[in-house]
Design a protein around this ligand. Sequence first.
Ligand SMILES: Cc1cc2nc3c(=O)[nH]c(=O)nc-3n(C[C@H](O)[C@H](O)[C@H](O)COP(=O)(O)OP(=O)(O)OC[C@H]3O[C@@H](n4cnc5c(N)ncnc54)[C@H](O)[C@@H]3O)c2cc1C
Length: 402
Amino acid sequence: MTVAFDVAVIGAGAAGMMAASVAGQRGRSVVLIDHAKKLGEKIRISGGGRCNFTNMGTTPHNFVSQNPNFCRSALAAYTPNDFLRLVQSYGISWHEKHKGQLFCDDSSESIIQLLRQECLKGGVTWRMPCAIQSIQKTEDGYTLATDQGVIRCQQLVIATGGMALPQVGASDFALQVARQFGLKVIEPRPALVPLTFDGQLWQDFVALSGVSAEVELGVALKPKKKMVFLEDLLFTHRGLSGPGILQISSYWNPSERLHINFAPELDLHHTLLEAKRTSKQQLGNYLSTLLPKRLVEPWLSATGVALDVLQKRLADLPDKTLLQVATALHDWQLVPTGTAGYKKAEVMRGGVDTRDLNQKTMASRAHPNLYFIGESVDVTGWLGGYNFQWAWASGVACGQAV
Ligand SMILES: Cc1cc2nc3c(=O)[nH]c(=O)nc-3n(C[C@H](O)[C@H](O)[C@H](O)COP(=O)(O)OP(=O)(O)OC[C@H]3O[C@@H](n4cnc5c(N)ncnc54)[C@H](O)[C@@H]3O)c2cc1C
């Protein structure tokens, strides 16, 4: 059996449902296809079950891409306020948690229902679960062979996301389609992901598991630029996690050095020399007034500062030793072995090269009836609601164009 639609959208996630609903509400006949049994799994588990659905401070600066200006147009045309208005029109209650991050008060399920309802308003036809077996270009569009028969469409939208969390149905489908049609792909990598270290080398830090601290994290960017985040870091059995590490992981490349400043607000060298004159405390006790208590002793001893130094009174320590301690705490340098991989990552970075896409419509330059949206393209948001804002904005841009 062959059925025909104006538009076929593959991937009923955040971007796909948005694009399908917008196109449907414009009067296009739309089919939305997904291989999953359950709708919107990533939305459901997002934001700890409360979906951090946007970030009010969204700017192009909050995205990682080889083509940093690409996202500008779509983000400007559909803003966090636009999505917030949609959320409010459904009576969904929400709250701001941290730095512009908006979450549902109750559950992510309400965002899934909102999108489902918007698709219903657009008369979208669903095929789910439905596996795509092949895609062929025809004279007037595309033919999809699926396990539910053949689907023909004039325009084809790929919204199958990235590879993060294969356990909930993520796949590299978008990258396969891009390659099939000759679009370039920026090497995909797990992002917003914990960083891991060689088991033997990490042994000394295992005792710190569960310790968290607000730190400044940095990696060097070429040429002569540094990316820095001021966020929490968490020690784990295998390495480092927490919001700060997830953020910096999107900029870190294998074999690169990570810089961690445990006291970004202080000039520790100056502070310690001052304390040497005025305080009678031991170095370890004094440092515990400035930094998390559970961190100081195990961390300094793991990094080679002798325990008896910590037990000495500040006044009895040479300036040189205080400088060494201050430098160690201000710039801990370490090279992660790798990341915890796609199974633990929140997103994939890299993806379809945006230089092959139109920034206003998300259409392929070489194949104007083929579109890529959402996480499948090389636009990766920071932690904090930016990835959903990109999914909504790129979905709307495409839904208005198809
Ligand atoms: C644990 C976790 C928490 C997150 N929390 C947040 C958050 O709070 N805020 C935020 O902004 N971002 C968050 N993200 C990121 C966000 O979920 C994604 O960036 C966003 O869902 C991407 O939207 P998308 O539509 O491009 O892809 P997805 O939402 O992943 O949708 C892709 C769809 O395509 C389908 N699909 C995949 N392969 C195929 C195939 N071969 N055939 C047919 N269908 C296919 C999938 O089943 C899925 O339904 C989180 C991610 C994770 C993993």
